[in-house]
Design a binder for this molecule. Structure first.
Ligand code: HEC
Ligand code: HEC
Length: 373
């Protein structure tokens, strides 16, 4: 179902969301809003295996120091356990590294939702962005072409000779394999506490207004009043990265603001009504991905639930559905138990992790700058 991105008021409850889906796009779309197991896309094994090696290969970054997996670590639910992310050596990040589990099914990407096309574009952005992997696509292609293992794997995958275009297809094919399964919620083995939590989630606490469908997200951006992370403004390395990003994104007054403006960078509404809006994240696999929110401001799920119970921080553009909830301490614990029941088997086996060493001891060809393909 595609409820238009900024008409969040269209889905005030699951029931109403289902009704909207029926009215707007017929009964088939309604399935997307119901909570239930996540169904992943079809996988091409050879392409996914290639993408898996690329994901774990540090040669995809400019100075060959970091791989996608440096920040998106399997044992941390493909996040990194940090409040604010690492970055290309010499800089530091200003956002929390999100999980990549189920990201193949998202409608837009990054905490502000700034990429609304596909994972091919997200992969390109991650590779070339100077504070991420700072890689020149032409150099990347030459590096990959020098490795006999890749030459074989690209051929096996039906891509022909290694190229940056097929690298940007193979990595998303690997991301297609990162799909949640085996949670107590999916298996019908939730504790009584978690079951009471589900009732609160869909009822009194109103979480389902924004967290619905198999991934528990509406794929839209809202301002829920998460406090700023002061470290972004006190650590010059993080601040510098943010200022460069904000300047590039056309954020007004970017040198003086001390706020992550979030989705405002997409449409730049003159009244600033998208300031502080961030994408609703999936609620799958949370037990592996603390700390939480776009800036890692909450260490654990009890803190998140306490935050919602208090009604969020009072800020302009605060979504009206974030309001004091009046949950007792026990009810808050039940809600946490439900959130925990949405985490399944860790994706740390060999089908998700490239375990063989990736030899990097080769001599680069001399004239790579002149290569034109
Ligand atoms: C230096 C750490 C780092 C590296 C390396 C990195 N990422 Fe990320 N990734 C992040 C952070 C931080 C974000 C969130 C950025 C934002 O919201 O502005 C992110 C966001 C994403 C998202 C969007 C997820 C979502 O649900 O919105 C995808 C997909 C992704 N990265 C894939 C990759 C791939 C593929 C690579 C390797 C080509 C990679 N990342 C390399 C830190 C990293
Ligand atoms: C108005 C829509 C809305 C409602 C209602 C809502 N959420 Fe959220 N939720 C969001 C958004 C948006 C974020 C991301 C905010 C950010 O990154 O700053 C979020 C983030 C979260 C996170 C952090 C996930 C992560 O990986 O960082 C959890 C956990 C969560 N919500 C649980 C809940 C629970 C429990 C409730 C009900 C008490 C609830 N939400 C109600 C929109 C909503």
């Amino acid at each position: 179902m595609k409820i238009s991105r900024f008409k969040s008021g269209l889905a005030p409850t699951l029931g109403a969301a289902l009704m909207c889906a029926t009215v707007l796009s017929g009964p088939v779309a309604a399935q997307d809003t119901a909570i239930g197991p996540v169904v992943g896309p079809e996988i091409n094994e050879a392409r996914a295996a290639l993408g898996r090696r690329l994901f774990f290969d540090k040669r995809l970054s400019g100075d060959a120091a970091i791989a996608c997996a440096t920040c998106h670590q399997p044992e941390n639910g493909f996040a990194d356990g940090l409040a604010l992310s690492l970055a290309y050596p010499g800089s530091k990040g200003f956002r929390n590294t999100p999980t990549l589990i189920n990201t193949a099914l998202a409608e837009n990407w990054f905490h502000d939702g700034r990429i609304g096309t596909n994972l091919n574009d997200v992969t390109r952005e991650s590779i070339t962005e100077d504070y991420m992997m700072n890689m020149d696509m032409r150099l990347m292609q030459e590096r990959v072409k020098q490795d006999p293992v890749y030459v074989q794997m690209f051929a096996d995958a039906g891509y022909g000779e290694p190229s940056n275009g097929s690298i940007r297809k193979a990595i998303p094919e690997y991301l297609n394999t990162l799909i949640s399964h085996g949670s107590d919620f999916d298996e019908g083995t939730m504790s009584e506490s978690a079951q009471r939590g589900q009732e609160l989630f869909e009822g009194k606490a109103g979480c389902i207004d924004c967290h619905y469908g198999p991934r528990f997200t509406d794929d839209q951006a809202h301002n829920i009043g998460v406090p700023e992370n002061p470290e972004i403004w006190s650590d010059p390395m993080r601040h510098m990265t943010y200022a460069a990003f904000a300047s590039f994104m056309g954020v007004e007054n970017y040198m003086n603001i001390r706020q992550d403006v979030g989705a405002q960078i997409i449409r730049h509404p003159a009244d600033g009504s998208d300031i502080g809006k961030f994408n609703t994240p999936t609620l799958r696999e949370l037990v592996y991905t603390a700390p939480y929110m776009h800036n890692g401001m909450f260490k654990n799920l009890s803190d998140v639930v306490a935050f919602y119970n208090a009604g969020g921080e009072d800020t302009p553009n605060l979504d009206e559905r974030v309001r004091p909830l009046g949950l007792t301490f026990l009810e808050q614990q039940d809600l946490v138990a439900f959130l925990e029941a949405l985490s399944g088997d860790p994706l740390t086996g060999p089908e998700y992790v490239w375990e063989d060493p990736i030899p990097t001891n080769y001599t680069a060809i001399e004239n790579w700058r002149e290569q034109t393909n």
